[in-house]
Design a protein around this ligand. Structure first.
Ligand code: GAP
Length: 472
């Protein structure tokens, strides 16, 4: 098993992530979060929400997933939110044509055919139409990784939005889309939020919510899925100040990942070579996954594109009136757009550690430990009676029930103490409490730190404070 397969297997075995509808054979590109996964997800979102909205200049919103279909005409998604798709006639394998070319470039780089890789990369940078991608594939005889052949269909454009119908009639007038990004729910509420919260520029609107894309190829576990969650913030600013705010938000967002335990050498900023038509600056925060570098968040300077388009399509003025300088204008926007579920995967990969550690009798043994930042850890503390007799379980249960009111906690009486520690290490629990003979005499317990594996002895009355202080 490679590292990613090992992580996926642990995620399933310990109740983090399951394949959607698994008993029916699964649904491609969709995943379910189990008891530990849902806690990890909640902790991640809570950390983002605090970071982004516990400040004077950012408000929150929770917009509906189904929106008026004109939204997606205004945003450009109906006309342009598509990927170039190509099929191999021999293997029937379906690919995103741009990904097929990118993977070929990577293979050429590995084979040290650098000049060829640069030549294809340059063509890819200016490719926009299906015919452009097709020409690159045919000119360079790029083979299908499955069959090895070059018998390709034409490249077709495939719109990624999921369509459904609103109301009982299934005709063109009732078509609506599952939103492919949460951002448009923010733009259409710009005026409502600015007026109801009496905000002045610069200010932002933050949202966490589901998004849906009918991806041609789903891959790499939670990395590219058809249903996923985003955490997005649009920061509305005065035109001309975009570079300053772009730099500010780039630093803020990078620091957030680093503060939650991602080593800086596993993160990198990738400046976009190819800008979307509405953007004047764009950078991706990438994380080094077991399969290579991949985007976890984009920071985009979107100019006044979105508000101007919604003004045009809705007929409602989405402008800002600056009463101090006596001017009116459509604000520019800096967007921070992260994937909750993709980041969760990055944090899971980052936490996954296999190491040698001393057992209870001092012998070095392998252990698997999820070294989550304590803010993200799904379970904060586990409580064990050393043995299941002599009054230890009674005291341990009392402590557990008391802690459960404040923290996600687990109670475990099963097996040797070393095995119980290992079970908690494997799900990333930062603290384990053991109630032993001495606990009954002097009302103290041992508390073990997941990473150092060192133990302290502390009074029962101090447990909560001790954990709160260390959780930060
Ligand atoms: N509003 C801008 C926007 O949606 P994006 O780069 O398409 O930009 C932003 O998406 C983030 O959403 C990505 O950085 C990624 O974390 C997440 N994301 C996008 N597509 C995804 C997918 N198919 N599966 C999982 N996460 C995805």
């Amino acid at each position: 098993m490679n590292k990613l397969e090992t992580i996926i297997s642990l995620a399933k075995r310990r109740g983090f992530v399951f394949q959607s509808s698994e008993i029916y054979g699964g649904l491609n590109g969709c995943w379910d979060f189990g008891p530990l996964g849902v806690e990890l997800l909640r902790n991640l979102k809570e950390s983002w929400w605090r970071e982004m909205t516990f400040r004077d200049d950012v408000e929150g919103v929770d917009a509906s997933i189904l929106m008026h279909p004109r939204t997606w005409e205004a945003s450009g998604h109906v006309a342009q939110f598509s990927d170039p798709m190509i099929d191999n006639k021999t293997s029937q394998a379906r690919h995103r044509a741009d990904n097929l070319i990118e993977e070929y470039i990577d293979r050429m780089i590995k084979k040290k055919k650098t000049q060829l890789a640069i030549e294809i990369e340059e063509k890819l940078l200016v490719a926009t139409e299906p015919a452009d991608f097709y020409k690159i594939i045919i000119d360079h005889q790029i083979p299908d990784p499955v069959s090895g052949t070059c018998d390709w269909t034409e490249v077709r454009s495939f719109n990624l939005m999921f369509k459904t119908f609103i109301g009982p009639l299934e005709d063109t007038s009732s078509v609506v889309y599952l939103r492919p990004e949460s951002a448009q729910g923010i733009f259409v509420n710009f005026k409502n939020i600015m007026e109801s919260s009496r905000q002045k520029l610069p200010f932002g609107i933050a949202q966490i919510g589901k998004a849906f894309r009918n991806e041609i190829n789903t891959k790499n576990f939670l990395f590219r899925t058809r249903e996923f969650e985003q955490m997005e913030m649009q920061y509305f600013i005065k035109p001309g100040s975009e570079l300053e705010w772009f730099e500010y938000w780039k630093d803020q967002r990078l620091n957030w990942y680093a503060d939650l335990g991602m080593p800086i050498d596993k993160l990198k900023l990738k400046v976009h070579d190819k800008l979307a038509h509405y953007a004047n600056h764009a950078v991706d925060i990438e994380y080094e996954f077991p399969f290579g570098w991949g985007e976890i968040e984009g920071i985009h300077s979107r100019t006044d594109f979105d508000l101007s388009r919604h003004t045009e399509y809705s007929g409602k003025k989405l402008e800002y009136v600056d009463t101090v300088n006596n001017e009116r204008f459509i604000p520019y926007v800096i967007e921070t757009s992260g994937g909750v579920t993709r980041s969760l995967m990055a944090f899971l990969c980052n936490a996954y550690t296999e190491e040698l550690a001393p057992s209870e009798i001092g012998k070095m043994e392998p252990r698997t430990v999820l070294k989550f930042h304590s803010k993200l850890a799904p379970v904060k503390v586990a409580v064990f009676p050393l043995v299941n007799k002599d009054g230890m379980p009674e005291l341990a249960e009392n402590i557990y029930h008391d802690l459960r009111k404040s923290f996600m906690a687990q109670y475990d009486t099963g097996g040797a103490i070393g095995r119980r520690y290992r079970r908690q290490d494997e799900i990333g629990t930062p603290f384990c409490l053991t109630i032993d003979g001495q606990s009954l005499e002097d009302q103290t317990v041992t508390i073990r730190n997941r990473d150092t594996m060192l133990q302290d002895r502390i009074p029962v009355d101090n447990i909560k404070k001790y954990i709160v202080d260390l959780l930060g």
